[in-house]
Write a protein that binds this ligand. Structure first.
Ligand code: TYC
Length: 103
């Protein structure tokens, strides 16, 4: 006879054995031409940042040359990189976005 508790224990062990997915950081790169307002818009629309965080990340990239917008499993990171590239292209801005394994 298998009790409900025993079945839950088996399930818990299976769940616990799943390795966490490798994570990737999506990084925005600075350039001299993309308007600051456009970068803030990208951070709000694609990375779901509030206006304050979006402005903070934009200024970090502006001053430091690059900055992390978010950390995600591979497919989600890749999709967001592609969305940034498409939006930048559509508006003819040279904004660059890359993904790299999270340290
Ligand atoms: N450096 C740009 C400017 O002065 C602003 C900018 C910020 C561009 C962040 C790209 O990822 C970027 N208009």
């Amino acid at each position: 006879l298998t009790t409900q508790n025993q079945r839950e224990t088996v399930l818990d062990r299976r769940v616990a054995r799943l390795a966490p997915p490798p994570l990737y950081q999506v990084v925005l790169l600075n350039d001299d031409y993309t308007p600051m307002e456009f970068v803030v818009h990208v951070l709000q629309q694609i990375f779901h940042k509030n206006e304050e965080d979006a402005a903070r990340i934009m200024l970090l990239v502006h001053h430091e040359g690059r900055g992390v917008c978010g950390v995600y499993p591979r497919d989600i990171a890749a999709t967001r990189v592609e969305m940034v590239r498409q939006l930048a292209r559509a508006h003819q801005h040279p904004l660059q976005c890359v993904m790299e394994p999270a340290p």
